[in-house]
Design a protein around this ligand. Structure first.
Ligand code: FAD
Length: 468
């Protein structure tokens, strides 16, 4: 019996749960769906869509070598998919559909609708937990609720993880080519201008494995010490590949654990620290399901709904362009728009600057990040923004407001990162790059700080206090 495997954000042939199990049952035909209007409604920017498209092309080539043709369904949005997928399955004589679950609200609805359509037509549907270790609902607090704080979630994850969940699956063997089925051309996913260089973002599982190996060989040993220092480039840089499933969390966790005597939560702090970041990724997937309001642009902390965010397009645009007059914030924003990626420490600093210093609605920043990022992903992006704005799960208390200048002195002490993105700053003494004097700013045509830190901090504190 032919099996239809629907690929979404799991663009790999190795260690792919749905693909592996489908291939055990019978010959596989693969399908990917292209839904540009839906993706636009979700806010995905052209950089991510370009990387995604190239990932599907790379997957199609991989599957071709296994004689598993990849078909493409194009539709405006998710609503069209139940009918179109069923039509394809029937045309190709596939009696069963397999896919790995996704956790955004619209994706869950889409999948339920597709599963229902297939069941109603008498077809089998096989769904798998693959993107994360535990399906949402499998890890709950003592009182049976979803976790809203990371540390207890992480402890529970470590306590319950077992060999079966960590078990990596191989790619299926080459099959006999299904007669009269050929692979489809993969169309462009976006017509908007892509700003990243494809050479910096090679799509596919081989590129991801190379990055993982390089990280573990060269940089992981310094991760704990350097992960907060953007100039060090010490993190894995794997987020975009993880977001589209070109590499699995199991491949990452197992590779790190094998360098740590097979331990996950104790031993080398570099490796355990890195593994815990992968658990953050999973935490936010559970949050999407446990607290659906965060999918609907609503704050997790309901009392912050009434927050009087400032409505200033000028201030917002200055932040977007990296012209706030705070060098670390500006260098970070220029890293984002120039490369499609931003270091985690800087995502926190810039998000806090927008939501606290400028008191601008975090949702505007969330959308701008998603528009620019190659690794843009609802769970982590929304989680990170709501954390910074003190509206979310595990929120930083509202009175913790990073001082962008001291963050700069602490995490970019020589101003090396700043000088990479702000023209002329390389000529300044390291110590003055964090806050150049008025004369240097004039000379470099660099703006004065757009807000005074202390006054802006006070304004934010009052706004939060007034929420009661
Ligand atoms: P590493 O340090 O090597 O970490 C390994 C992996 O763990 C990452 O690739 C990522 O998958 C995961 N991870 C690390 N930190 C986090 C975290 N805080 N939350 C969730 N997962 C994490 N990450 C995204 O993948 N997509 C986003 O859209 C995104 N938006 C963010 C927005 C804000 C405001 C903030 C504060 C954080 C955001 N993050 C996002 C989390 C984090 O900044 C990135 O995952 C990280 O910078 C990616 O770099 P890396 O792959 O080198 O990370």
């Amino acid at each position: 019996q032919r099996q239809l495997v629907w690929f979404r954000t799991d663009l790999r042939s190795e260690d792919n749960t749905a693909l592996y199990h489908a291939a055990e049952r019978g010959p596989v035909i693969a399908v990917a769906t292209c839904t540009p209007r839906q993706w636009q409604a979700h806010g995905h920017g052209p950089n991510k869509l370009d990387f995604w498209q190239r990932g599907v092309v790379a997957l199609s080539e991989k599957l071709d070598a296994l004689a598993m043709p990849l078909k493409i369904i194009s539709a405006d949005d998710f609503d069209a998919l139940p009918d179109k997928l069923l039509e394809l399955a029937e045309q190709l004589d596939c009696r069963a559909l397999h896919f790995n679950d996704e956790y955004g609200l619209n994706e869950c609805r889409r999948d339920s609708a597709v599963a229902k359509r297939f069941h109603d037509a008498g077809h089998e549907v096989h769904r798998y937990t693959d993107q994360i270790a535990f399906a949402p609902g499998e890890l709950l607090t003592g009182s049976g609720n979803y976790y809203s704080v990371f540390t207890p979630f992480y402890k529970s994850w470590l306590k319950n993880i077992d060999a079966a969940r960590l078990n990596q699956l191989s790619a299926p063997k080459r099959q006999q080519a299904p007669a009269e089925v050929t692979r489809d051309h993969v169309p462009q996913f976006t017509r908007r201008k892509v700003t990243i260089d494809a050479n910096d973002w090679p799509a596919g599982e081989e590129a991801a494995q190379q990055r993982l190996a390089q990280f573990l060989q060269k940089r992981a040993a310094r991760y704990d010490e350097e992960r907060n220092f953007p100039a060090c480039d010490s993190t894995s840089g794997l987020s975009a590949w993880l977001a589209l499933g070109m590499i699995s969390w199991r491949q990452c966790v197992n590779a790190a654990a094998s360098r740590n005597g097979e331990r996950l939560g104790d031993g080398d702090a570099n490796l355990t620290g890195w593994i815990s970041e992968l658990v953050w990724r999973e935490f936010y997937q559970h949050v999407l399901v446990g607290f659906p309001r965060v999918n609907r642009h609503e704050p997790f902390q309901e009392q912050t709904r009434a927050m009087a965010w400032r409505d200033s397009d000028d201030d917002f645009n200055r932040w977007c362009r990296g012209e706030t007059g705070y060098p670390l914030v500006d260098a970070a924003m220029r890293q984002l728009t120039a490369t499609g990626w931003m270091h985690n420490r800087l995502r926190m600093v810039t998000a806090m600057f927008l939501s606290k210093h400028l008191l601008i609605d975090w949702r505007r920043g969330e959308a701008f990040f998603l528009e620019q990022l190659v690794d843009g992903e609802l769970g982590a992006n929304n989680g990170g923004w709501q954390w910074a704005a003190s509206t979310g799960t595990d929120a930083s208390p509202y009175f913790r407001i990073f001082n962008p200048t001291t963050q700069s002195q602490r995490f970019d002490p020589e101003g090396t990162f700043i000088a990479r993105y702000l023209p002329g700053f390389e000529k300044l003494e390291s110590s003055s790059r964090h806050d150049p004097d008025a004369e240097s700013r004039r000379r470099l045509d660099y703006p004065q700080p757009m807000v005074d830190h202390r006054a802006a901090r006070q304004r934010a504190l009052e706004a939060f206090k007034s929420l009661g």
